[in-house]
Structure formats: C-alpha cells, structure tokens
Design a protein around this ligand. Structure first.
Ligand code: ADP
Ligand code: MG
Length: 264
C-alpha cells in the first residue's frame, strides 16, 4: 500500500458554496477507490457531507458533536458508508451550540486534535475534515488537528478576495498551535471553459499561487450537483461524467504529491 500512514487534511474556505463539501465527498471517494482507508469528519452543522453520503438524520445518534465534547471515540461514532473503505463521522445541528459549550475550556481548539490522536483514528490513511463556511472554533479545531489545509476556490471574480485572509489564518495557526501545518493545495472548482472570466481567474490564481494550485480543474457539472440528492458521491452516481473524472484525477495528484513530500 502506498501513501502516508495517517494524513489529516482540513478542507476549508470561509466562503460558502465554493465546493468544500463536494470536494470532501468526492476526493474521499476517489481515495477510497484507489484502496486508501478514508474517514470524513463532518464539522459543518448543516451536515451536507453526511446527507450527501446517504446518512439520514435519524441515523445520526452520535456525531461530531460527541467527538468534540470528548464523550465518545471515533470507534463509537464513525459509520460506514455505501463506499467501501470510506467512513464518516456525521454532524448534526447540535454543533451550532458547541462554541458556547467549550468556549471557557482552555483546550477548546485542541478538542479535535485529541480525538484524532487515538489508535482508532490512526487506522485511516486519510482523514478529511469538512469545515463550516466561517473562521469559527470548529474551523480552528480542524486546522489545529490537521497536517494540511486543502482550499477549494470557485472560479469567479471574487475568488482571490478572502484567500489572503484564509492564508493569514493558516499562518496564525502555524505560529501558535500547529507549527507544521501545510497548505495541501488549492483546487479550482466549478470551472466553466466557455466563460472568459473563469479562464482569467484560473490564470490569475496560478500567477499568484504557482505550484500550490492543482493542475486538475474541477468543471461545473450538473451530474456533480445532482448526486447529493441521491445520497451518493458523484463518482458513484455517474462515474463517467466530467466532474467525477476530474475528482479521480485530483486524487491521483494528491497522492502523487504525498509521495514527493519528504518523509517527516
Ligand atoms: P461548500 O461546502 O463550500 O458550501 P458545496 O460543495 O456544498 O460548497 O457546493 C455548493 C453548491 O454547488 C452545491 O449545491 C453543490 O452541489 C454545487 N457544486 C459543487 N461543485 C460543483 C460542480 N463541480 N459542478 C456543479 N455544481 C457543483
Ligand atoms: Mg459545505
């Protein structure tokens, strides 16, 4: 088996609707299809990753809330999905109140890191954390726990706006609680080749961020947006569609880069 033993990747962007959850689900599925054992931790109270993987709300007795609260372990909470090798820690709306519950605790940003330090978590070769669209305590927990941050950027005019703030936040986390935090890469999403502006955004982003940007462009694709309503990753819903193929290519780029990374 190739790949790292246990790589924790946080998928973050404080903007909503840029493709975080879609990337979490489909990158995870693609990695699982290649034979990696993958866990998604859904840290968004909206629970889109959980729904998109077919986990009904009534089946979410235990969730990422319990993980952050420290009352249950990954082994108790993680559930299998329809995708072989892919498990998920689902989320519920309970997460909305968690900031208040843990705000007074000195370990408030370390909750997820502690939970992911367990032997049960180490059984996974990749853990992808799907973040809410804000820099809240949940996102801080995710960045504190991770080896790296993967940033989906939507190919639109305002793509770069907000990115500097995101990179600044990563820097701040690095300076304070997680010195080894890397940028895993930046993935451009919802690309529409017929749109001149989108082409311009791609070239601007590449100029500014160079080889941090993945070669793979995720196209805007109807099949990708339909898949979650069937509780399936696009890769299962329609393997042949351009979006699924792009996510498979992204997964091989991620693995390729992992192999090139100097061993820790
Ligand atoms: P985020 O998690 O950042 O809020 P989502 O992954 O939920 O973003 O995506 C926002 C919306 O855009 C969703 O309705 C999703 O289905 C749709 N979407 C995401 N990626 C694509 C794509 N490549 N093609 C078409 N629709 C997409
Ligand atoms: Mg989301």
């Amino acid at each position: 088996m190739f790949g790292p033993k246990n790589r924790i990747i946080t998928i973050a962007n404080q903007k909503g609707g840029v493709g975080k959850t879609t990337t979490a689900i489909n990158l995870a599925t693609a990695l699982a299809a290649i034979g990696e054992t993958v866990l998604i931790v859904d840290l968004d109270p909206q629970g889109n990753a959980s729904t998109g993987l077919g986990i009904q709300r009534r089946d979410r007795n235990l969730s990422s809330y319990d993980l952050i609260m420290g009352t249950h372990s990954i082994g108790d909470i993680a559930r299998e999905t329809a995708v072989p090798n892919l498990a998920i820690v689902p989320s519920t709306m309970d997460l909305l109140g968690i900031e208040l519950e843990i705000a007074q605790h000195s370990d408030r940003v370390f909750r997820l890191r502690t939970a992911l330090a367990s032997a049960e978590a180490h059984a996974f070769s990749y853990i992808l954390v799907d973040c809410p669209p804000s820099f809240n305590l949940l996102t801080m927990n995710a960045m504190t726990a991770a080896h790296s941050v993967l940033v989906p950027l939507q190919c639109e005019f305002f793509a770069l706006e907000g990115l500097s703030q995101l990179l600044e936040t990563v820097d701040q986390v690095r300076r304070t609680v997680n010195p080894n935090l890397d940028i895993q890469g930046i993935v451009l999403t919802m690309f529409d080749s017929r749109n001149n502006l989108a082409q311009q955004v791609v070239s601007d982003v590449r100029t500014h961020l160079g080889d941090k940007v993945y070669h793979t462009l995720i196209p805007r694709n109807v099949r990708v947006s339909e898949a979650p309503s069937y509780g399936k990753p696009a890769i299962l819903y329609d393997l042949k569609c351009a979006g699924s193929q792009a996510y498979l290519q992204l997964a091989s780029e991620v693995i390729q880069r992992e192999r090139q990374r100097p061993a820790a």
